[in-house]
Design a protein around this ligand. Sequence first.
Ligand code: ADP
Length: 288
Amino acid sequence: MSQVSGLLRVGPKLTLADIDPASTPGLPGRKVVRRDPKAWARAELAELGAELARQQEMLFANAKKDRTFRHRVLLVLQAMDCGGKDGTIKKVAGTMNPQGLHIVGFGPPTPLELKHDFLWRIRKAVPSAGLVGVFNRSHYEDVLVVRVRKLVTKRVWLTRYPQINDFELELFESGVTLVKVMLHISYEEQRQRLLARLDDPTKHWKYNPDDVDNRAYWPAYQEAYQDALARCSTDHAPWYVVPADRKWYRDWAVAHLLLDAMSGLNLRYPAADFDPQRERARLEEGTR
Ligand code: ADP
C-alpha cells in the first residue's frame, strides 16, 4: 500500500470535521514539488494514468482468456454537490481504455426502483469480471440524502448500514475490489464552484438551483457522511476521504488509490495458449 492510501483511509475513529478539504496528505515535500505542486501533480497523474491503463488492460485480458477469472474493480464516488465526481471520472477513469470501463450514475430512484429494495438497482450495475466499474453516487445515497431529507424513517436507514456491509462483503467474496472515495470539499469551495458555474454560460447546464437550497442541510449531510464512513469502512471495502478543494490533488490522490487497489491484485498478462514460434513459422510460410 502506498503512503497515500494509508493516510486517506478511514478508521473507526474518523472525525470528518478534522480533515481539512484544502490539505494535501502524502504529497512529497521535495523542493521540485513545493515549487509548483499543481504542475508536478498533473505530470505525475500522466504517469499514474499510464500504469492504470496497463493494469486495466491486464484485468481485461485475464477475463477474456480465462472464463473462471472473477476479478473486477469498483470505484465508488460520493461527494457533496460540486464535489468533483464528474471531473475525477474524466481525469482519472479517463486515463483508461473506455472499453474496459463500466460507469454508472445514480439519480433519484425511478418508480420501479422504489418498488424494490435499495440495493436492487445497485446489484444490476456491478461490473462484470475484467472491468473497472465507477459509481457516480451509489447505494450510500440511501443513508445520505435519504436520511437528511427524511425520505424514510430512522429505523429504516439505521438498518441499512449492516445491510451495506453484508452486501459489500458479498461483493468482495465474488471478486470485487472496492475502492470507496468521498471527495471532501469545503462549504466555501462549494459556493465558489456554484458561482463559477453561474459565471460561465457553458456551465449553466450543470447549475441546479436546488443545490443552493441543499446548502442549508450542509451540517446534516456532514453528520450523515461521518456516520456512513465510520460504520461502513471495513477491511474488505475501505472508505477513503480525499481532500478535494484542490482538483489537482484530488485527481492525483484518487489515481493512487485506484492504482494501489489494482496492483494489489498482482495481475500478469495471460500466457499464450499457443506456440508463438510455431505461429511465426506458419505466417512466414504463407509469405513465401
Ligand atoms: P449529479 O448531481 O450527481 O450530477 P444528478 O443531477 O442526476 O447527478 O442528481 C443526482 C441526484 O439524485 C442527487 O440530488 C441525489 O441526491 C439524488 N439521489 C441519488 N440517489 C438517491 C436516492 N437513493 N434517493 C433519493 N435521491 C437520490
